[in-house]
Design a protein around this ligand. Structure first.
Ligand code: SF4
Length: 436
């Protein structure tokens, strides 16, 4: 047996970089330090639901026929070159290198490229664009933060090592006593497993985050608020406002319980405003709890390539961005795209039926290492190696720190990477369109 150390877990936005993987030859037999989800991600390299060769769905059936990579790339290029406005969706579970090629492909095809932020932290990005954001790294959190607020998120289940690596339990430079040096506040409509560990649990009424954040902001300024706001008693809001002022460094982590409820980007807008206000009294920052391991990277790559973080539309020949118009679900539900390619993502499991109905009607390509509900309704399925397990690649942690993911084992024989598949499709589309 051989142990590979300093491996980065390519599952959630925490991107833990202290994982050890135990190998028997080219086979992963165990992991150390990874949480149960991360462990499963590594083991999924040799799982039975792995797609082992490219497939084409027989017209009008659910039957797939194995094809070669050359055939699948040619078919995919034909579909994309013919389309007037193809959608490229996903990107959050692949490398920045693949994302870069994919965005160029979207531009060449005059399509729309959108990532999974469109259904998770898109509102956070929109709010940050509007009012800015006081942010910091998870390393600073570990070493300095003595007040941690989790609002509308449940890291014990979604980011299992977030609390043990960075926020609550580790000993930091200025937080030598670890857990004893920190106060944990959880704001959530449900008494989640994270809430059960909190020093203070604030049970907000479903969909009333904006009202409670606004009241918190008002109470922080010392002004009066109503007796109950969003189901939270005045005394508890005032207590939280006063507690936050006594701390040396506070952190607000927020999840989809805030970004995808009523108010959306306005919730984040007011959360940022409160955090900015708090900097008059102490140091305070906020970090979105990004889900997929490289959804943050996709926003970064899109931004440095063309200035917008998601829902980027090239149909006019230059990049345009208008969430609500150029976002994947809006385009699919209105039938405004005539082909689609899904990369390292699974809208079949997460999008509304109304979107997937249109997806099932148009020519589609899925690029994914595993069988998913999306591959089941796609016309062409192209398998790829797993970034961070069988392929190196760059990913951005939820605090926007880029981390190089390691290759641990070789992928199945002849299997191409996402980047290589996209490069081949891009080259062929350029040929078909007569572009240099
Ligand atoms: Fe992987 Fe996230 Fe678990 Fe860390 S917390 S081991 S990145 S799944």
């Amino acid at each position: 047996l051989k142990v590979v150390t300093d491996v980065v877990c390519p599952f959630c936005g925490t991107l833990c970089d202290d994982v050890k993987v135990v190998l028997d030859g080219n086979r992963i037999v165990d992991t150390m330090n990874a949480c149960i989800i991360g462990n499963e991600k590594f083991k999924s390299a040799q799982a039975g639901h792995r797609v082992m060769q490219p497939l084409e769905r027989e017209e009008g059936t659910t039957q797939f026929t194995p094809v070669s990579y050359d055939y699948a790339v040619e078919k995919a290029a034909q579909i994309l070159a013919k389309a007037k406005r193809p959608l490229f969706y996903g990107w959050s579970s692949t490398s920045c290198e693949a994302q870069e090629v994919g965005n160029e492909l979207a531009e060449v095809c005059r399509g729309v490229t959108d990532n999974t932020a469109t259904v998770c932290h898109g509102p956070s990005i929109m709010a940050i664009q509007t009012v800015g954001a006081p942010q910091c790294t998870l390393g600073e959190v570990k070493n300095r933060a003595d007040l941690i607020i989790y609002w509308g998120c449940n890291p014990i289940h979604a980011h299992p090592r977030h609390m043990s690596r960075y926020t609550i339990y580790p000993r930091g430079f200025f937080t030598e006593r670890g857990f004893d040096d920190r106060t944990l506040v959880v704001v959530d409509p449900r008494p989640t497993d994270t809430a059960k560990q909190a020093d203070i649990y604030v049970q907000v009424e479903q969909g009333k985050d904006y009202e409670v954040l606004d009241a918190l902001r008002t109470a922080t300024r010392g002004e009066d608020i109503p007796d109950v706001v969003g189901g939270v008693p005045k005394a508890q809001i005032v207590q939280l406002a006063e507690l936050a002022k006594t701390k040396k460094f506070g952190l607000l982590f927020f999840g989809m319980g805030v970004t995808q409820t009523i108010g959306k980007h306005r919730n984040i807008d007011i959360a940022i405003s409160w955090v900015a206000d708090m900097n008059k009294y102490t140091k305070f920052s906020l970090i979105p709890m990004r889900g997929h391991y490289n959804v943050t990277g996709s926003g970064q790559v899109m931004c440095w390539q063309s200035g917008f973080p998601f829902a980027m539309d090239f149909s006019r020949g230059y990049p345009r961005y208008n969430p609500g118009e150029t976002t994947s679900n809006d385009l699919l539900r209105r039938g405004e795209v005539d082909a689609a390619m899904v990369i390292a993502s699974d809208p079949g499991a997460h999008f509304p039926v109304s979107s997937m109905k249109h997806y099932a009607k148009i020519p589609t390509i899925a690029l994914d290492p595993h069988y998913t509900p999306t591959t089941g309704v796609s016309n062409i399925v192209i398998p790829s190696t797993m970034v961070g397990v069988e392929e190196e690649g760059t990913a951005y942690r939820m605090d926007n720190v880029p981390i190089r993911c390691r290759k641990v084992i070789d992928g199945p024989e002849g299997m191409l990477s996402d980047e290589e598949v996209l490069r081949r499709i891009l080259a062929r589309v350029k040929e078909l369109k007569g572009l240099p």
